[in-house]
Design a protein around this ligand. Sequence first.
Ligand code: GLC
Ligand code: CA
Length: 532
Amino acid sequence: MLCAKYRDFLSWVIYQVYPRSFMDTNGDGIGDLPGVIEKLDYLKELGVNAIWLCPCYKSPNDDNGYDISDYRDIMDEFGTLDDMRALIAGLHARDMKLILDFVPNHTSTAHRWFQESRKGRDNPYSDYYYWFDAPPNDWKAAFGGSAWEYDAKRGQYYLHSYAISQADLNWDNPAVVQEMKNVIDYWVNLGVDGFRIDVVDQISKDFAKGQNCFGPNLHEYIHALFGRENTRRLFTVGECWVQDAEEMERHCAAEREELSTLFQFEHMECGRADKFTPKVGGMRKLRDILVKWQNVTADRDLLYSLFTENHDQPPMISRVADDGERRYESATCLAAMLYLLKGVPFIYQGQEIGMPSPCYDSIDSFRDIESINSYAELRASMTEAEALQKINFGSRDNSRRPMAWDGGEKGGFTTGAPWIPLHSRQKEINLENDLASERSVFRFCQRLLKLRAGNDAFLDGTFQVVSREEDDFFAFTRMWESEKWAVICNFDREQRITLPFVCEVPHLSNLGRTQADGVYQPYECAVCRVRH
Ligand code: GLC
Ligand code: CA
């Protein structure tokens, strides 16, 4: 049984909204908060009870809102603070929760703090950022180039781990820690229920070791934010690239009062050799990594986050399964494989209709700063076609295309010109078509979430793997007291699967199976109660 502090979170099912691409209500081509409000009933119907909203704060949008110029206000394109209040009220009225994206590592250089800081070395904000007369090391920025940028006004270099306009905050300055506590309190007072914390591992740097993450004061800073009277009960999920279970424990053990859980990214390498290069064998690898983390988190009593995609990661279906002919089977099989494990499920917008990666024939169809910079770098050593193939595979825009609500001209997303071209397969794959089909991914997910909700075996029950590493399928059980369930997910080839126990008629399956044992089609899956 999971520790009391986090047990309730096992019943949360979180849907990640990328507001810019979710629903536009005023025809400017950009999704907005009223658009999210409009779709709350849709989300409730799917069976989610919380949303994580990507950043909505004031921002010049060099990195789509991850470059914040005011932590306490809403970006003009998305609406107003009143819209945010209405969203919170709308969620709470439906017994749903709101998780905001909190970006503590950097601000936009347009933020007032930075504008003051660059004025000189003796103003109240001068130490809010990292300033050096010369770059103290050769750190690289995640979006290309050096992480150090010269600012002529101040006559010094500042650190930016991401875009040039995203300056890293200096958390070793106690005033910064206090500012951030105030920001958290501001949103808690408005009624938010939790936070996803952007690149939280980077708020403490280790200059001595030459690494700009996991510095010596990291735990102190996280605890300062979330170990307080009014913040302890929040749901907090850190974007934190931990290497192993011990490291996860140091952030997430209940008594530490730091994070409830974190996103662990080991399985993100499934189906690719590097960010822009595919690799076969992803399904097996995905299974083995999931099994490993199910076991280590159970041993250490940690809350695990179940996710395979987000606004930075292309859809998993296109990397490890079949997004062509067997797209329906693949999407539903992946859902059964992930969401019946132990942890907090995260569904990324579009995943519930099996949205795969799109494909374009020009870099002009992309907007993401990382994709555009990477394309330029790739072009130095390859042809346009080769570079595009890589961007089409790995771009963050693969998951940032407007939600395909229908097959119409504008996909039901907007009445105007969308800020980014619609998904290249939107005419074929959209919610309207999905719901009209007998093979609906949405309806399968809905049934899956219904089965999971209120079922102790799936919520808090023990996990046991049944398949072996050499198998081309994933079978596992979840057990609570005398109730035991089995989940069987076949991989890419037709094969006979025989379980070491007897099951009842499948409760749920994606191809209408009537028996747990027997021949499975590629990506066929079944969920059955095990007979005593
Ligand atoms: C995180 C976000 C990503 C953003 C970066 C910088 O990785 O998920 O979208 O670009 O941090 O804030
Ligand atoms: Ca809009």
